[in-house]
Design a binder for this molecule. Structure first.
Ligand code: BGC
Ligand code: NOJ
Length: 826
């Protein structure tokens, strides 16, 4: 059992019942432009669109204790000081509960007859966090208490904020107006945005904006801030140093009485012309005073708790709507809650964040990743078709005219950069996968004609999305090595297989090292990219069919076929697919190697690329994977691990054995093997693998696993590590979208195809049946699957609205608004 919490599926919440979880367990707030991360002890921060460039709250990654700084409310009750979030005082509470839900978290703590409960959420359409506070006297005597709401401002650019102290200690500025606190650092010069923190529903008894004044001195800490100890704010106005926002609220509560009020913590922008308050004349006292009207508008809108309730109800409805697009009724709590709630929720989070901001991604390191975001789309095209469309166009716009792509872009500017390296030769090939998924979902083939241009051109050269797709395929064809396999460039999906980089300088980025344009870089080849290329060709053919370009479809399929021949000849090691050839043309992932004999990625993409499906190679590759890589915690990336650093391989061999790409369980690629198994009809194995990494299934070993049991983590330590089974880097991982694809489209088997909705389950033989509700192209399909013969795969009967249909695809035009589908496997 899990001593830290439990799922509350009916309410779509995870309930954490003690604050000292093995790691901070996070949630996300916001679904459009304003986002926050929040841990079960109130830690985290919020930002507008871009966690690097528009950060509102300062957070201290890698602090001790971990997860320091956040949204805190202090309670001062006589001499006792506590937080309902437990941190930062860590005063023992009489009770504690954190409910992480869809876009909100409610954290409740109680002590000595006072219960404080705060629901944190971002209303749809707003750039504001609401902290909806309820304070109740649960005792038998009157209570006179003071509350102190706290946050620390970040000086907007989160990277600069953490490094440039000689400047930053002098620039912090605030304004106070009618008890509301405004963070206005740099507003008087080149910024036109400000932050605000205010209390609505109770009149604050005081404020502080200087952190030193709040904690007492530079030697004070958030565990016992002087202002709280003394029970009185000092009304400090910060100049430089560290500006904070603190509001004091004094409450008298009769026994049983509850008071409710809320904080607003938000972001606002002004037009250049209306930056300053109207009455300000140059030289007057009011000159330079921020025009606060955008804030006043929000404050007015949220002046009552009723408005807060209405906005919260909207957020709930939003999620009910989203999660009704695909849902399953099944006699398995793990599948049910992951499919119906958490996995889809995590997919939405990766759509919003890519790999930018989490407990493990600092928000300053990475923007929107090209390959990452393309893959993330696979998990959300059914939920957010409009946003997916825009994302596809944004991503394509960061492709260069030679076909390679900027590896990432900043969400605020949408401009690509090479900060995380470039020439990852797999990058272009993820676009056809995302576009095919989008068109199959929506039927919107018009997207192919959208004019996008290339990132290195003046942009008006008219390159359409179709041009981008064709260029992506052409890029691989053009960049092939001595065996005819695709060149790897700086790395492929495995960022750490740096075959052209040769980094021997401490601290240097493995991905930035090396010259991939030199002649020697035209040798290292990737079998994984070859498989991905074959799959991308199939997807391109689907896309061509959509627009009636049959000759082009046939041609691209031929390209795939030729690549399969090359892999058969040069990419097969006897019992499994090779992984790569290094820059000297030596094999990687071969029985001939002492370490790294077999890798997971090429087994997955070999099969997904349709290589060896008829001659037994595919099955052999999967059997070898099962024998050599599979464990009860998931499938290991490669075996044996690299015990020493290999200059010719790069970062992969830099990790201690068992972690990350060096023989860790990188859950993302496990999903490819799951799908590959379904392609070969092995439903038992596919599901066993699914469960081996399913977070909900980890509750039984949570002290080993440690990470959140409601979302996927990027990595679980492999058997060669000192801590096997320990998960790291939760939330922002391609595992989310691919797991959803694996379970919903290939195991449960309901997926959009070019000609209709395909129902092609591949399940454990012991499964008796389940039903799926799928909204698709304006219809609702009610699909009932039965498995009387106890098979894994094979649709024996497909009945649509009472009429038998041949095959396993339901044509678009069949049935009315709601379509009753019954499927018998056999
Ligand atoms: C990690 C990879 C990651 C890369 C990003 C490496 O250190 O191991 O998982 O993709 O950094 O640049
Ligand atoms: C995480 C990165 O975000 C992703 O792009 C990469 O494919 C994996 N690490 C594997 O290295």
């Amino acid at each position: 059992m899990n001593p830290y919490g439990r799922f509350d599926d009916a309410n779509r919440e995870y309930v954490i019942t003690r604050p000292d979880t093995p790691l901070p367990w996070f949630n996300y707030l916001g679904c459009e432009e304003f986002f926050g991360i929040i841990s079960n002890t109130g830690g985290g921060y919020c930002f507008y669109r871009d966690a690097k460039m528009r950060r509102l709250m300062r957070y201290r990654y890698n602090n001790c204790p971990l997860d320091s700084n956040g949204r805190y409310l202090y309670v001062k009750d006589g001499n006792s000081i506590w937080n309902q979030t437990w941190k930062p005082t860590r005063t023992k509470l009489d009770s504690y509960e954190c409910r992480h839900g869809m876009g909100y978290s409610t954290i409740t703590g109680a002590k000595d007859g006072v219960e404080v409960s705060i629901r944190y959420f971002v209303p749809i359409g707003q750039t504001t966090e609401v902290w909806d506070v309820r304070v109740r006297n649960t005792g038998k005597t009157k209570k006179n208490i003071s509350l102190f709401g706290f946050l620390e401002w970040c000086l907007w650019d989160a990277m600069d904020d953490q490094t440039n102290f000689q400047r930053n200690y002098s620039i912090g500025q605030v304004e106070i107006e009618d008890g509301a606190i405004f963070h206005v650092t740099e507003y008087r010069e080149r910024r036109n945005h400000f932050g605000y923190f205010s209390v609505i529903g109770e009149k604050p008894a005081g404020f502080d904006t200087s952190r030193d004044k709040f904690v007492g001195s530079v030697h004070g800490g958030l565990d016992a801030p002087a202002v709280v100890v003394n029970g009185k704010c000092t009304n400090s106005v910060a100049f430089g140093w560290q500006p904070v926002g603190v509001h004091q609220i004094d409450l008298n509560l009769a026994p049983g009485e509850e008071k409710r009020f809320h904080f607003l913590l938000g972001y606002a922008e002004n037009d250049e012309k209306s930056k300053f308050a109207k009455s300000a004349d140059a030289g007057s006292a009011k000159a330079g005073v921020v025009n606060k009207s955008p804030y006043h508008k929000v404050a007015k809108q949220f002046e009552s708790s009723k408005a807060v309730d209405a906005e919260f109800a909207k957020l709930k409805d939003h999620w009910t709507d989203l999660l009704s697009v695909y849902s399953v009724k099944i006699d398995d709590p793990h599948v049910s809650r992951m499919v119906n709630i958490w996995n889809q929720y995590q997919c939405m989070t990766t759509l919003n964040m890519s790999r930018s901001a989490s407990g493990y991604e600092s928000g300053i390191g990475r923007g929107m990743g090209y390959r990452d975001s393309n893959q993330d789309l696979l998990g959300v095209v059914h939920l957010q078709p409009e946003r997916s469309r825009q994302r596809i166009l944004d991503l394509a716009a960061t492709q260069l005219s030679d076909g390679i792509c900027y590896h990432q872009y900043q969400p605020l500017t949408k401009k690509g950069n090479t900060a995380a390296g470039s020439n990852f030769n797999d990058d272009p090939l993820w676009l056809p996968l995302a576009v095919a998924a989008y068109i199959n979902e929506t039927g919107d083939a018009k997207i192919l004609n959208e004019k996008i241009g290339y990132a290195d051109k003046d942009n008006k050269d008219g390159a359409t999305l179709m041009d981008h797709l064709e260029l992506s395929i052409a890029y691989t064809l053009k960049h092939r090595g001595p065996h005819g396999l695709p060149l790897i460039g700086h790395a492929d999906w495995n960022d750490c297989l740096n075959l052209n980089c040769f980094s021997s300088t401490p601290g240097e980025s493995f991905q930035l090292a090396g010259d991939v344009d030199g002649p020697q870089a035209r040798i290292a080849e990737s079998v994984m990219i070859a498989g991905l290329f074959c799959a991308a060709c199939e997807k391109m053919a689907e896309i061509y069919h959509q627009v009636g370009r049959e000759a082009d479809a046939a041609a691209v399929l031929k390209n795939g076929e030729s690549m399969r021949l090359v892999v058969n000849q040069h990419g097969w090691d006897g019992e499994w697919f090779l992984r790569a050839y290094d820059a000297k043309g030596k094999k990687i992932g071969s029985h001939e190697n002492a370490e790294g004999k077999i890798f997971i990625e090429s087994q997955g993409w070999g099969v997904l690329g349709g290589i060896g499906l008829t001659d037994g190679k595919a099955q052999k590759a999967l059997d070898s994977t099962n024998k050599l890589l599979a464990t009860s915690n998931g499938i290991i990336l490669q075996q044996p691990p690299y015990a020493t650093y290999h200059l010719e391989l790069g970062e992969i061999s830099s990790y201690p054995p068992g972690y990350k790409e060096n023989a860790g369980i990188f859950t993302h690629n496990n999903t490819w093997i799951q799908i590959a198994e379904t392609m070969l009809g092995n439903g038992d194995r596919a599901f066993e693998y699914y469960m081996s990494i399913c977070p909900s299934g980890k509750e039984q070993q949570i002290d080993t696993y440690r990470a959140e049991p409601y979302v996927y983590s990027q990595m679980t330590a492999g058997r060669d590590a000192p801590t096997p089974g320990e998960a790291k880097n939760s939330w922002l991982t391609g595992t989310a979208s691919w797991s959803l694809v694996s379970i919903t489209q290939f195991i449960l088997g309901v997926r959009p195809g070019p000609k209709g909705l395909i129902v092609d389950p591949c399940v454990p033989k012991s499964w008796k049946g389940y039903s799926v509700t799928r909204k698709f192209r304006g219809k609702t399909y009610q699909i009932d699957v039965k498995n009387p013969a106890g098979v894994s795969k094979g649709v024996k009967k497909l009945i649509v609205d009472g009429k038998p249909v041949a095959g396993n695809s339901i044509p678009f035009d069949l049935g009315g608004k709601t379509v009753a589908v019954s499927v018998e496997l056999g």
